[in-house]
Design a binder for this molecule. Sequence first.
Ligand code: 4AD
Ligand code: MG
Length: 334
Amino acid sequence: MTGTVRADPRAPGGGGVELTAADLKILGPSPDFPITPKEHGTAFLFEHRHLWLRSRRQVAIARVRHEVIQAIRDFFYERNFVLVDTPILTGAIGEAAGHLFATEYFDLGTAYLAQTGQLYVEAAAAALGKVYCFGPTFRAEKSKTRRHLTEFWMVEPEVAWNDSDDNMKLQEEFVAYIVARALERRKTELAELERDTAPLERIRPPFPRVSYTDAVEKLKALGSDIAWGQDIGGDEETLLAKQYDRPVMVFNYPRVVKAFYMKENPADPRTVLNNDMLAPEGYGEIIGGSQREDDTFAHSGFGLGVERTVAWICGIPHVREAIAFPRTLYKLWP
Ligand code: 4AD
Ligand code: MG
């Protein structure tokens, strides 16, 4: 269509302009476009993901994701972190042996798709001080929850000399920065998504911090049957996070439920110097981080999952809509 563009505040979508058409040419026919204004099931829509992506809601989500990723890069650039790209094919286990995608690697045995870039940025932090990696990571987990993908994007900063407290301070500043940027530059998209932005306006440091031990006591008081030593599961995360109006950082978990690289807590060797950050409104863990076990220099870092963060900011129920072509237990196409 060609014509004259003119300002009109009534234009749908908040774009503020309308086109008065003067000419129309058909470049290609689109008979039987499968997505109609009626309600479609999610399975149907995901089978037509390449077309579904054109809908206003999906466009809005894509733009918020783009903004979140730009904010992530700007935050670290402004603070003089150096981006270090880490391998996707690796010979080592990054997190948990049970959740690896494996493939044959010539004469060298088995290669795995990276679960994390952390062990590489730990080495790079020794050279460069403040570093981060940012890329796709893979978990062969048979989780069917609305928070799990088999391929997701994770940003992982690692900082020489930071202890666990410094690590939590960096996390709250980082998350507040990302949310503020989305509110500032993606108002139109958040309105399209009918996102109530009031809870997001409250996301300012400091974030509440609660030890794992206190969190277990709080959960018991709220009716959970969790016992000290057990991991905090998805439902309990939601229950706990509901008590706060900002993301809550739960620190010093039992060693047995966490990864091998976390630094033992000298004040209580049953626990480690780590924390998870739980987003409000039922979105659960968006960050996992820790001080690292070291026999050289103290260092700490964390990983933030992009899709969980985007899902939370957009207020959408499932992480699979937070990435253009999601990979889940049931989804390898399109
Ligand atoms: O807690 P995780 O497993 O931590 C790590 O991978 C560390 N190596 C990070 C670090 O310290 N450098 O994962 C970090 C975050 C989670 O909090 C979550 O946001 C996201 O990555 N995540 C997932 N997102 C979607 N689908 C999955 N299956 C995810 N697993 C983790
Ligand atoms: Mg975790």
